[in-house]
Write a protein that binds this ligand. Structure first.
Ligand SMILES: [Zn+2]
Length: 500
C-alpha cells in the first residue's frame, strides 16, 4: 500500500513538473540560423518564457541580482533591466511598462511570451516576425540572398548546397577549381552575412569556407583537403538553392598522395588546341582572294596536334576537328573538362591596311580596359552571332573581369612564358616579323584553368603573307615552330616541378 502511494506521489509530482519544463518558445536569429529553444512554462493559462535563458542565448547577462531579483542584460547593444514582481522594465535606463508583472520562478525571471515579443520588436528586433510554417520567431529578417552553406559528404563526392532567398540563374554563378586545393564559387549580385558563413571543418573534403564580398558579387573561397576530380552545379528548381557537387574518391584522401603522384598531376600530358572560328557562322577573317581564316587555323591546328602526339606522346584535345561552329564559351569548357594542361588558340590576323605582317601571340589581359577589348574585338566579334550575347558582355565588364578571369589569372606567368617561346620560335624559323607578346581581353582565354595563349600566325590581309600561309610547307613550319615552343615550355615547366 505504501509503495503504491509513493508511486502516485511521484506521478503527481511529474504531472506538475512536466508542463513547467516541456514547453519552449523557438527562435532563430535569421531564417537560416540554428533553432534555439527558450524555456517556457504555463502560468495562468498563458505561455511564459525565461528571460534568463533568452538573454543567455541571444544576448549577454550582465548581472543577476538575487537580492531584488533583477536581471540586467545586453541585447543588440542595448541594456535591458527586468525586475521580479514588477511590470516596469528599463531599456538603456529609460522606463517602460508591461501589462503584467514579471514573475520569478525558482530558477529565474519569466515573462508572458506575447509581451516579451512586443518588447523585442519595439527596440532590439524591429523585423521580428513569426514564421508559421517553421514554428519559430525570426528575429532578424535579413535581405541577404545567401543564407547558408550546407555540406553533405558522400562516398564518392561532396554536395555543397548554397541556400538562397532569391532566385539565381546558373549564369549568375561560376564555379572552378584553382591550383592550390582551392575551389572558387562566385555568385553575381549575391549578399550574405560574412561572419555567419565563414566556417572551418575538422574533417571531410572541405577544410574551410571563406566568404569574400567583392563589388556586386559574393565569392566563396573554399579550401579543400584534396583535389577533386570534377565539378557540376545546378540551380535546384524547387528550392532555388545553388547545388554544387564535387566528384572525388573519398578513399583516396585517407591515404595521402605521395610526392610522385602529386607531381604527376602537374605534368603536361594533355594539350588543348583551339582552331579559331569554324562553321558557316564564323569564317573568321576573309582574305582579299576569298581565303578563309577558319580553314588555315584548322589545318595548322591539326598539323600541330599530330606533331605533339607523335613527338611528345601527349594527349591532344581539339575544340573542333571539322568545319563546325563552336561558341566561344564552349572552347575553354572543352579544355577544362578534358583536364587540359595547356591551351593554344590558333588565329590569323587581318586589318584594313594590306601593309602589316608578322606574328603576334597573346595572353589574357590582366585588366579589362577599352584598349584590351579593342585589340580583342575582331576575335571576340563572333559573340554578336551567338544567342547568349549578354553572357560575354558581363564577363568583360571591368567589375566582373577580375573575377571572371580568376581561373586563368593564376597561370599568367606560365601563359606569358609559353607566348614568349612561341614568338621566339616563329622569329627564328618563319622568316617573318615577330610583333611580340601582347595582352588583350580575348574571351576564349578567359576560362581555361591552365596556361593559355592565342597566337596570330600571320596577316591574311597582307598579300605576301597570305601567299605563304596558303602553302602547305609554310603551315607545316608554323606547326613545327609551335610544337618546338610547346616542347621547350613543357620541358622547363616539368623540370621546375620535379626540382620543387
Ligand atoms: Zn580569328
Amino acid at each position: 500500500m505504501l509503495k503504491i502511494k509513493k508511486h502516485i506521489l511521484i506521478l503527481l509530482l511529474l504531472c506538475m513538473l512536466v508542463p513547467l519544463f516541456s514547453q519552449v518558445v523557438s527562435f532563430r536569429l535569421t531564417a537560416a540560423s540554428e533553432s534555439q529553444n527558450i524555456f517556457a512554462s504555463e502560468l495562468y493559462g498563458a505561455k511564459w518564457m525565461s528571460l534568463n535563458h533568452f538573454f543567455k542565448i541571444f544576448g549577454e547577462i550582465n548581472l543577476l541580482n538575487t537580492e531584488d531579483w533583477s536581471l540586467t542584460a545586453t541585447l543588440s547593444g542595448k541594456k535591458y533591466k527586468f525586475f521580479a514582481n514588477s511590470a516596469f522594465y528599463q531599456i538603456n535606463g529609460k522606463w517602460f511598462h508591461l501589462p503584467t508583472a514579471v514573475e520569478r520562478l525558482s530558477y529565474g525571471l519569466y515573462i508572458p511570451e506575447r509581451e516579451f515579443i512586443r518588447v523585442l520588436a519595439l527596440d532590439a528586433y524591429p523585423d521580428l516576425h513569426y514564421d508559421v510554417a517553421d514554428g519559430h520567431y525570426i528575429l532578424v529578417s535579413s535581405d541577404f540572398s545567401i543564407s547558408a552553406v550546407n555540406i553533405k559528404e558522400m562516398k564518392n563526392g561532396t554536395v555543397l548546397r548554397i541556400k538562397t532567398t532569391k532566385a539565381f540563374r546558373k549564369e549568375h554563378c561560376r564555379v572552378w577549381q584553382g591550383n592550390n586545393q582551392y575551389l572558387y564559387i562566385s555568385i553575381y549580385s549575391a549578399t550574405a552575412d560574412m561572419n555567419g558563413l565563414a566556417k572551418k571543418y575538422n574533417d571531410g573534403v572541405i577544410r574551410e569556407i571563406i566568404p569574400v564580398m567583392a563589388k556586386d558579387m559574393l565569392q566563396f573561397n573554399i579550401k579543400l583537403r584534396m583535389k577533386i576530380d570534377g565539378i557540376d552545379y545546378y540551380i535546384d528548381q524547387e528550392s532555388g538553392d545553388i547545388v554544387i557537387s564535387l566528384r572525388h574518391s573519398y578513399q583516396k584522401s585517407q591515404t595521402p598522395l605521395n610526392e610522385t603522384e602529386i607531381k604527376n598531376r602537374w605534368l603536361i600530358d594533355t594539350i588543348v588546341i583551339d582552331p579559331g572560328h569554324g562553321g558557316k557562322k564564323s569564317p573568321g577573317s576573309i582574305a582579299p582572294d576569298g581565303t578563309l581564316e577558319k580553314d588555315i587555323t584548322l589545318d595548322v591546328s591539326l598539323r600541330l596536334g599530330r606533331l605533339l602526339e607523335e613527338k611528345l606522346g601527349v594527349n591532344v584535345v581539339y575544340t573542333r576537328t571539322k568545319d563546325v561552329f563552336v561558341p566561344l564559351y564552349q572552347r575553354p569548357k572543352i579544355a577544362n573538362e578534358a583536364s587540359g594542361k595547356l591551351f593554344v588558340s590558333v588565329h590569323c590576323n587581318s586589318v584594313d591596311s594590306s601593309k602589316p605582317y608578322g606574328t603576334e601571340t597573346f595572353l589574357l589581359a590582366a585588366r579589362s580596359t577599352e584598349k584590351s577589348i579593342e585589340i580583342a574585338a575582331r576575335e571576340n566579334k563572333v559573340i554578336e552571332l551567338e544567342e547568349d550575347k549578354e553572357r560575354y558582355e558581363k564577363l568583360l565588364s571591368p567589375e566582373q573581369y577580375i573575377l571572371s578571369t580568376m581561373a586563368q589569372s593564376v597561370y599568367m606567368k606560365e601563359s606569358e612564358d609559353l607566348a614568349q617561346a612561341v614568338e621566339s620560335k616563329f622569329k627564328s624559323r618563319l622568316g617573318t616579323k615577330s610583333r611580340g607578346v601582347k595582352q588583350a581581353s580575348f574571351i576564349v582565354l578567359i576560362g581555361p584553368a591552365m596556361p593559355a595563349i592565342l597566337t596570330e600566325i600571320g596577316f591574311i590581309s597582307n598579300w605576301t603573307e597570305l601567299g605563304k600561309l596558303k602553302k602547305d610547307s609554310y603551315r607545316q613550319e608554323i606547326a613545327y615552330s609551335l610544337y618546338l615552343a610547346i616542347s621547350e615550355f613543357k620541358e622547363n615547366y616539368e623540370k621546375e616541378i620535379k626540382e620543387n
